[in-house]
Design a protein. Sequence first.
Length: 127
Amino acid sequence: MFNLLTFKYWFNPTPDSLIYSAKIILVLFLIFLFLAGVFFIFFKKKAGPYKVLANKLYEFSFVNLFIGFLLFFFNYQQIYFLSSRFWFLLWLILLVWWLLNIYTNFKKVIFRREERNKKEQFKKYLP
């Protein structure tokens, strides 16, 4: 556990392969991303207020599935620089940033939709 906090672990130019449990967790996460992408393919075809969100989450799922598959492949083939641990850390940071970006954009869309509905309700009673 203390190894995770060292500089050498994250930026080792010749890292070891992932341990078995980490490989299983990564594969399960990739399967989850694939299933989420398939779910959002069907969900984005339906018209409604969540179509924009489904489209963004569809793109998020398949792009990160591709990146995760590349990281897994590089680790499996033991390509030293491309299987370094900092790529996983960078990927995790980008995952969180992208999800926060999707959340804030969707929150803005919902807020605008509510404001528009309030204006329409108000205009309904004006002559």
